[in-house]
Ligand binder design. Structure first.
Ligand code: FA5
Length: 342
């Protein structure tokens, strides 16, 4: 029997079976058997290759015509059956139109978004405006202009995903410092730069390869380290509560000089020592420092006349401390049991 005859036989058998399907279950089973991904008609397309090339178009067209014909009859029958069922239900009083509708569950903001908004609010009170800068960044902005030339070892800490040989997914929000300064120089500025950062990073309970940061930058005529420490103290007190203690340690970043790291006393043990603070009593909350003269200059400010401070905060990690989240992977795991708690 030719493949064309076989196709016609499949059509006749399918039409007959469709005619005999008496319930919705039977009708749906027919649809799956005939028109589904592995249905009899669908599978015929695989036979096309067995035909001589000149017969293939006609065969393909015939399959399509049969498919459309069967689908049309199937849809009409399925609708008629649904209609009959509804009419029957209504006649039997099975539908109580006075019952309340199914409630629509309202969604709510993600924990990261909630945290970001708290941070915007806190820094807005201190006069910082939000400045957005791009996720896909030029290598020069992410590194060179921040005083991290190609040979600098700090680049190893901030390995990332490259888009091409000049553009990358930013490893931190610090390149936004240059963009904000170049736009505003020579006026004083006070901005926070929120956004996603990306790193070629081993994923652990504390580290993701994609996470948020908020950068802070203030440039003015007489800005000092005291302004920086005061700003961060105000932040910790508004975000974590007035009872939190802060501690400042000296540190190193190529784009700040001098550089510091700021800790708060451990929220869980209150400074006594526990596994979360690794028995030190302190938790690190951010890196910061006075903007390096080279960076000020790259931003368009004369370092002899202007000074500034900058800090870089995570968003998920501070939220983990505040809300006692043990693993950063919960944030983007899309598990509603986690998300609904906040
Ligand atoms: C920086 O990224 C500096 N740009 C911060 C800075 C800005 C210093 C301005 C001085 C002046 P660091 O790599 O430590 O520094 O990251 C800052 C914060 O981002 C960390 O404290 C942490 O909260 C968060 N962070 C860093 N890597 C990850 C990660 N893999 N997953 C989640 N959060 C991270």
């Amino acid at each position: 029997m030719s493949l064309f005859d076989e196709l016609e036989q499949i059509r006749t058998a399918a039409l007959q079976a469709l005619d005999e399907a008496a319930t919705r279950e039977e009708l749906e089973a027919w649809e799956k058997r005939t028109l589904g991904r592995k249905g009899a008609v669908t599978l015929q397309t695989r036979s096309i290759g067995k035909l001589p090339p000149e017969e293939r178009p006609a065969f393909g067209q015939r399959i399509n015509v049969i498919k459309q014909e069967l689908e049309a009859i199937y849809t009409t029958r399925a609708q008629a059956m649904r209609h009959a069922e509804l009419t029957r239900e209504l006649a039997g009083g099975a539908v109580d139109v006075t019952l309340p509708g199914r409630p629509v569950t309202p969604g709510h903001l993600h924990l990261t978004t909630q945290t970001l908004r708290q941070l915007y609010d806190i820094f807005a009170r201190m006069g910082f405006e939000v400045y957005e800068s791009p996720d896909v960044e030029l290598e020069t902005y992410n590194f060179d202009l921040l005083n991290i030339p190609a040979y600098h070892p700090a680049r190893d800490m901030w390995d990332t995903f490259w888009v091409d040989d000049q553009r990358l997914l930013r490893t931190h929000t610090s390149p936004g410092q240059i963009r904000a300064m170049r736009e505003r120089a020579p006026e004083p500025l006070r901005v926070i730069l929120p956004g996603k950062c990306y790193r070629y990073e081993q994923i652990t309970a504390r580290s993701e390869h994609q996470f948020y940061q908020i950068e802070g930058l203030a440039v003015g005529r007489n800005i000092t380290m005291t302004d920086l420490i005061g700003t961060l103290r105000q932040f910790t007190s508004l975000f974590y509560g007035a009872e939190r203690q802060t501690r400042v340690r000296s540190s190193y970043f190529p784009f700040t000089e001098p550089s510091i790291e700021v800790d708060i006393d451990c929220i869980l043990c209150g400074g006594k020592g526990c596994p979360v603070c690794k028995y030190t009593g302190w938790l690190e909350i951010c890196g910061a420092g006075m903007v390096h003269p080279v960076v000020l200059e790259n931003g368009g400010y004369d370092p002899a006349a202007w000074s500034g401070f900058a800090f870089g905060l995570g968003v998920e990690r501070p939220a983990m401390m505040k809300y006692h989240v043990k693993d950063i992977r919960y944030f983007y795991g899309n598990d509603l049991r986690f998300l609904r708690q906040f």
